[in-house]
Design a binder for this molecule. Structure first.
Ligand code: TRP
Length: 447
């Protein structure tokens, strides 16, 4: 078994914050958040989302990073070390979830790469929603092309993970995250200065609480968990590469602030533009691939802003995909003493095999459904609505009740510096987070 002494660590605190933010900022923020806000009452959704992220989200983020930093192990190994008994099963559940999420995440990520190519080459152009919808449907339904893009994306992800904690993951984060911020700020400024943007801004920022239902709160909670990369041990794994002296709550807060800023910036980049060109903000998942290319086609500078938007998505997706692959790889390295290269190639290869039915479910295999869902939707549903919230619930219970004393003393450090935070954190992980997550879980199962 690999000893703690041999474990690689992030080179600095800022390195950790960038990789953790790189994990959190992904398709969830830029693809999902704006359309969730768009179809759940705009500003009201935003307020509920912010409240959740800075209470429950921050608490569970702190719990995961702290578990990892304390144990210096992958999710299953960490829970085994800290408690044992049935608890490592939560880690195995996370590893399984990671595998499933990775398989469909690279399919959608592959679409973003394809759209960079298609917008630049002009294969996709114009602003007619029907034509754009048909082009998107035709592309994702093709049996070969999107599978190749998924394979490409998986290969790039594996290349980063193979290079290791510092030379691979941290270096990617240091280069790509600042670039991502630059692009999204540029796009937000462009969108907000369009004539007619004010209506979209008002929609996004002015809360309409009459549109709020329990469904809104559940959607905000689910989106928050997915967006913060919580519930499957990504943050446990990244925390395990932190030196034991790092201050966890302040690092967790930085990650939450960065992730939320990007989600808000994505809303500011997308919703004003959608309103300015009279498109439908509640278009749902098709907002990114059907509505936005049409919006860009009509926008001054759209010819290069369109491809740039998809570059942004691809970057965000890459640093997230890396963080979905790493917990599985870390498990194989820590627990089964497999070397990093073999472990990564094995994970990437096996997850890619599972990507194939996901991709084919958009066309050739669209008729094979279970519970009315195709394969990709089914994998997404299983992970996002069931195993992620279940994992988050169990991790909160673990931090709040099972390993609470140990984690609290780790949180306080020798100087007892963050004791006030510790009390609030304890209440959140003991009661508030488990109760709230149980609600999403039940709703997710019945809805
Ligand atoms: N947070 C990423 C996004 O917003 C996706 C992601 C990466 C993730 N790692 C995760 C989601 C772990 C859940 C759990 O797209």
């Amino acid at each position: 078994m690999t000893t703690t002494a041999a474990r690689e660590h992030w080179s600095s605190r800022i390195g950790f914050i960038l990789v953790a933010a790189g994990s959190a900022v992904g398709l969830g923020n830029i693809w999902k958040f704006p359309f969730e806000a768009g179809s759940n009452g705009g500003g009201a959704f935003l307020i509920i989302y912010l409240a959740i992220v800075f209470s429950i989200g921050l608490a569970v983020m702190t719990a995961e990073i702290l578990i990892g930093r304390t144990a210096q192990r992958n999710p299953a190994g960490a829970l085994k070390l800290l408690k044992g008994g049935p608890w490592p099963a939560v880690g195995y559940l996370g590893i399984l979830t990671a595998f499933v999420i990775l398989s469909f995440y690279v399919v959608v990520a592959g679409w973003t790469v394809a759209y960079i190519v298609k917008l630049i080459s002009g294969t996709i152009s114009g602003s007619d929603p029907d034509a754009l919808g048909a082009a998107f449907g035709g592309f994702i339904g093709d049996p070969v092309e999107p599978v190749l893009y998924a394979a490409f994306f998986m290969a790039v992800t594996a290349a980063v993970v193979i290079s290791g904690v510092r030379r691979g993951i941290e270096r990617a984060g240091r280069v790509l995250m600042p670039l991502l911020f630059l692009i999204i700020v540029l796009l937000a400024v462009r969108a907000m200065t369009l004539p007619g943007a004010a209506e979209g801004l008002a929609f996004f920022l002015q809360p309409d609480f009459s549109a709020v239902t329990t469904g809104t709160v559940v959607a905000a909670l689910g989106t928050a968990f997915f967006s913060l990369s919580l519930g499957m041990g990504t943050m446990i794994t990244y925390g395990s590469y932190l030196k034991p002296t790092e201050n966890v709550p302040s690092a967790a807060l930085s990650v939450v602030v960065l992730d939320t800023s990007v989600a808000v910036l994505a809303g500011l980049a997308i919703l004003p533009a959608v309103f300015a060109f009279g498109a439908d903000p509640a278009a749902g998942p098709g907002l990114t691939f059907i509505t936005l290319p049409g919006v860009f086609a009509q926008m001054p500078g759209g010819a290069w802003l369109g491809p740039l938007f998809f570059v942004l998505l691809a970057i965000a997706a890459l640093t997230s995909a890396v963080s979905i692959m790493e917990p599985v790889t870390a498990y194989l390295i820590d627990e089964l003493s497999i070397d990093r290269r073999t472990a990564t190639l094995g994970v990437a290869g096996a997850a890619f095999l599972l990507s194939i039915p996901s991709s084919l479910s958009m066309g050739l295999w669209a008729d094979y459904t279970l519970f009315g869902k195709g394969f990709l939707d089914l994998m997404d549903f299983l992970a996002t609505n069931i195993t992620l919230p279940l994992g988050g619930l169990l991790i909160s219970v673990f931090a709040g009740w099972i390993a609470h004393d140990r984690l609290c003393s780790e949180l306080n450090g020798p100087d007892g510096g963050v004791r006030r935070f510790t009390h609030v954190w304890a209440i959140l992980v003991k009661f508030v987070a488990p109760a709230a997550i149980a609600i999403i879980l039940i709703d997710g199962l019945t809805g």
